[in-house]
Design a protein around this ligand. Structure first.
Ligand SMILES: Nc1nc2c(c(=O)[nH]1)N[C@H]1C(S)=C(S)[C@@H](COP(=O)(O)O)O[C@H]1N2
Ligand SMILES: [Mo]
Length: 310
């Protein structure tokens, strides 16, 4: 079993059974599940149970750090606001509207959408555009699994995402900061890349509200603002969709937002980062292009000038 997992059976109470079974085999490991012979988990889940080749072996941040130092402006702009204010967010029932250039558009209940989807742990580096970083053990599945299920039409070029907007549960939206709902987008090839996941938990627990419950995007080679939380809408489009930070400050936050130490933010350097949890006296660490995922994603940008397409 992977270090860091808590074997809490309470998770099954809030998780559709199919997903929970996958997690059981994930937790028990392929060998244990097969050997015990008592789990009806499909063989597929066991394969997914082996540690992901996409996971970093860097030491994850603590659960405490990951769940108390957050950006989720719907609950306030201080790093400590989301953990204090997001507890009252209603996350069940939850549905996601999938529309635009898809064969099977509709309003999908989260349980239906995730039926038979294989969950896995992905330990990813996470780099915020503000210059700090963490390592987070997400639980999730590749976004391509649901895009393939709804059927992406040949004219689709981009995927647009929207966060829930529910002012009565989101004290931060009363203050004008960004234009709500929070919006993000990816190019279709970025969305289909195996590194791009929809995360439903972390540290083997259901996703904490402040981290984007019940389901959020994680795109580890891009600045954190691309990883939109609490998603209620996914639209396939033929045009590059408007995105919140780009709408607010287009010269500071681009659509691509690939982690890149060679392209500074207009107001600060992006050459280095501060690892959350390290001593304030610890030296900043060098930022790596594509946040270290260049081997998997650099090819997506062949022929593009990343200083222009920032
Ligand atoms: N809906 C929504 N999604 C969001 C944000 C937000 O304010 N609202 N902040 C983004 C930013 S800037 C970052 S760095 C990450 C932070 O994710 P974390 O709190 O899980 O570390 O969420 C991103 N997703
Ligand atoms: Mo961020």
């Amino acid at each position: 079993m992977r270090k860091g997992f808590k074997n809490d059976l309470g998770w099954s109470d809030v998780t559709p059974r199919g997903i929970w079974m996958n997690r059981r085999s994930l937790l028990l490991g392929a060998g244990a599940a097969a050997g015990a012979g008592m789990l009806a988990a499909p063989a597929r889940a066991s394969i997914e149970a082996s540690p992901s080749a996409f996971s970093t072996d860097a030491k994850p941040n603590t659960f405490e750090e990951i769940t108390t130092y957050n950006n989720y402006y719907e609950f306030g702009t201080d790093k400590s606001d989301p953990s204090r204010n997001a507890g009252g967010l209603t996350t069940a029932p939850w549905s996601i509207r999938i529309d635009g250039l898809v064969d099977r558009p509709g309003e999908y209940g989260l349980e239906d959408l995730m039926q038979g989807v294989a969950l896995e742990e992905r330990i990813y580096r996470f780099r915020c555009v503000e210059g700090w970083s963490m390592v987070i053990p997400w639980i999730g599945f590749e976004l391509s699994q649901i895009l393939n299920r709804v059927g992406v039409q040949s004219g689709a070029r981009y995927v647009a995402f929207e966060t829930l907007l529910r002012p009565e549960e989101m004290p931060g939206v009363a203050r004008p900061s960004i234009e709500w709902p929070y919006r993000e987008g990816l190019r279709l090839d970025e969305a289909m890349n195996p590194l791009t996941i929809m995360a439903t938990g972390l540290y083997g627990e259901p996703m904490p509200n402040q981290n984007g419950a019940p389901i959020r995007l994680v795109v580890p080679w891009k600045y954190g603002f691309k990883s939109i939380k609490s998603i209620v809408r996914i639209s396939l489009t033929d045009q590059m969709p408007p995105t919140s930070w780009n709408m607010l400050q287009p010269n500071e936050y681009g659509f691509y937002a690939n982690v890149n130490p060679e392209v500074d933010h207009p107001r600060w350097s992006q050459a280095s980062e501060r690892r959350i949890g390290s001593s304030i006296f610890a030296p900043r660490v060098d930022t790596v292009k594509f946040n270290g995922y260049g081997e998997q994603v650099a090819g997506l940008y062949a022929g593009q000038d990343l200083a222009k397409d920032y």
